[in-house]
Design a protein around this ligand. Structure first.
Ligand code: ASP
Length: 367
């Protein structure tokens, strides 16, 4: 029978539980005393549960984001302000090659960023896609939400909108990202005109970047029970110019319903778009599933529909890509689930800021 761990109990067993298979492991951090959602929606949850207190959840690269967001929430910031300020740290960091400044470029060597934000109390969202030369797409996404009558701006129009709001264009391609891209380009084929420096052969590290994903998602609930979220990324490394992933697609890379919860995603955006992943997680929470279970059910849906695309399956018939979900419900319970082992998520539950291993569906072979 399923149950949620009490927080204290979880702290002892969380990593072990997370490392076990999804069928066995749970990583919900809160709630021993909080009863599982009844399935009759947030109204009853709101009436029966104590105030959740601030909680912030992010993808595994978001420990600094959860820390910052919690600091701001404690100071009275809105969850939207808090999560955006949190992910801005990662967008600004040239060492994170999956988000903002220093993100890996598209196949032409140009960095194109995607981001979305969603605010629970207003049920409002804004997003930008394929945005060039602006290192904080999450802040532009917020302006799309607050200062336009639209939900999503792309490419040149998104850039013009950002500049109209005073954002300054800059080159987002760091030397590190350029060198990785150049190696990828030079070792892509022995039938083109790009040669790697001799005697270099296709380095193994480049193989790791091909079809490499990375993003930051951050969702939060404040002491009033209001929710918000943000997802921001440079998307799939070496993608076709103009490719848009799930991160700026409301319902795929991010979804917030202030009566139910918030969810976000990292991993193969195409699979997530095809399954409205984050919306699906929130809808499972609306039906009463705990956040981790809701993430797991959404993954099951993705596994099932990927079966229609045999080229995406590995030799064992499993999705040959990664995908993770992160979620918080209206009661401040949180959880995550990942297709493959070896992933983690960041949580600040008001007491402690830490990384937790994601429960997963498939064990990745070591080595
Ligand atoms: N979801 C992102 C995308 O498809 C990439 C990632 O999260 O790794 O653009």
């Amino acid at each position: 029978m399923k149950r949620a761990y009490a927080r204290r109990e979880f702290l002892k067993t969380g990593v072990a539980a997370g490392a076990a298979s999804l069928l066995a492991g749970r990583a919900d951090g809160r709630p021993g005393g909080r009863r599982a959602a009844s399935g009759d929606g947030a109204e009853s949850g709101r009436a029966l549960a104590p105030p959740p207190g601030p909680v912030v959840v992010a993808s595994g690269n978001g420990l600094r984001a959860t820390d910052k967001a919690m600091e701001l929430l404690r100071g009275g910031a809105s969850p939207l302000e808090a999560v955006i300020a949190g992910v801005n740290i990662v967008e600004d960091d040239p060492e994170d090659i999956t988000v903002g400044y220093g993100g890996l470029p598209n196949e032409d060597g140009v960095v194109e960023l995607d981001a979305s934000v969603m605010s629970g109390p207003a049920h409002a969202a804004g997003a930008v896609a394929a945005l060039r030369n602006i290192k904080n797409p999450s802040r532009v996404a917020r302006l799309v939400m607050e200062r336009s009558d639209h939900a999503l701006l792309v490419g040149e129009g998104a850039l013009r909108f950002a500049k109209a709001h005073g954002f300054v264009e800059e080159n987002l391609l760091t030397d590190k990202a350029r060198r990785i891209w150049l190696k990828w380009k030079e070792t892509l084929s022995d039938r083109d005109n790009w040669f790697p420096p001799k005697p270099e052969k296709a380095p193994a590290e480049i193989a790791a970047f091909v079809a490499s994903y990375g993003t930051i998602n951050c969702v939060a609930i404040d002491a009033r029970g209001d929710l918000a979220g943000v997802t921001t990324t440079s998307g799939l490394a070496f993608k076709l110019a103009g490719r848009v992933g799930d991160s700026p697609i409301i319902g795929a890379g991010l979804y917030v319903d202030n009566e139910v919860g918030a969810a976000g995603s990292t991993g193969r955006g195409e699979a997530n778009i095809l399954n409205c992943g984050s919306f699906t997680v929130v809808e499972f929470m609306r039906r009463g599933l705990a956040p981790e279970d809701a993430c797991r059910e959404a993954l099951k849906r993705i596994i099932k529909t990927t079966g229609y695309q045999p080229h995406l399956l590995d030799a064992g018939g499993r999705p040959g890509f990664g995908l993770n979900f992160y979620a918080i419900n209206k009661k401040g319970e949180f959880g995550s689930a990942s297709l493959w082992s070896g992933q983690s998520f960041a949580v600040h539950d008001g007491t402690e800021n830490r990384l937790i291993e994601c429960p997963y569906v498939y064990e990745k072979k070591k080595g």
